[in-house]
Design a protein around this ligand. Structure first.
Ligand code: GDP
Ligand code: FE
Ligand code: FE
Length: 199
């Protein structure tokens, strides 16, 4: 489904399934991510169809209960270390599994973009970067630095990934939040590593 063609009706049907699973506020965020992701896909030469589908589904599982996530982690072969984490980490990595089973989306590029949308990764495809950045800069976001992130995203997607990663990590550290190791990997690759490569 939704891989060889993508009609207006298919997009509408997908939107409706997503909308049923979340608050209106979150759904408006999803639509903002979609608009942003499609625009970035057009700038950077990715598939706008995949950008639309990945954006519409990236937070699909975010309002599921912790118990449902834990059950899926145990039953569907996920690393059991995930049981020690929480919704912020689960809704992408494990959320992709809900998208695949319930929305019948089997496109591996889309599923991977969903998996990586919160933490990023050292190794990210163009679509992964687009969803990661669109989630951060969509028009509904309002936090110090978002305007700068939007400007960077229009000219250099990799730099936007680095900017977002650094600022998310700074935010998490200020909150004294536990940092998921993948988030550190993302930082090491996109921020620390890139800086060393500068003249
Ligand atoms: P949203 O789902 O659209 O709200 O955005 P995200 O999926 O990007 O982020 C969800 C939450 O996870 C945000 O509050 C992030 O700050 C938080 N987050 C991102 N990385 C980490 C991490 O490594 N550890 C923890 N504890 N939270 C994180
Ligand atoms: Fe999310
Ligand atoms: Fe999101």
């Amino acid at each position: 489904m939704m891989s060889n063609h993508y009609t207006h009706a298919e997009r509408e049907a997908l939107m409706q399934k997503v909308q049923m699973r979340m608050s209106n506020k979150r759904f408006q965020h999803v639509l903002g991510v979609e608009k942003t992701a499609v625009a970035l896909a057009e700038i950077y030469g990715a598939s706008p169809i995949k950008a639309s589908i990945a954006a519409l589904t990236h937070d699909y599982a975010k309002e599921r209960s912790d118990d449902e996530f834990k059950q899926v982690i145990r039953q569907n072969g996920f690393d059991l270390d995930l049981l020690h984490w929480h919704n912020a980490i689960w809704h992408g990595i494990v959320g992709a599994d809900f998208v695949q089973r319930e929305l019948l989306i089997d496109d591996e590029e889309i599923l991977q973009a969903i998996r990586l949308h919160t933490t990023g990764a050292a190794d990210m495809s163009l679509l992964d970067k687009i969803i990661y950045v669109a989630d951060y800069i969509e028009p509904g976001r309002d936090f110090p630095g978002v305007e700068e992130a939007r400007e960077i995203a229009l000219v250099d997607l990799d730099q936007a990934v680095a900017f977002e990663t650094k600022h998310t990590l700074l935010h998490l550290i200020n909150q004294e939040a536990v940092i998921y190791p993948k988030t550190i990997e993302t930082y090491n690759y996109w921020v620390a590593n890139f800086r060393r490569e500068l003249p």
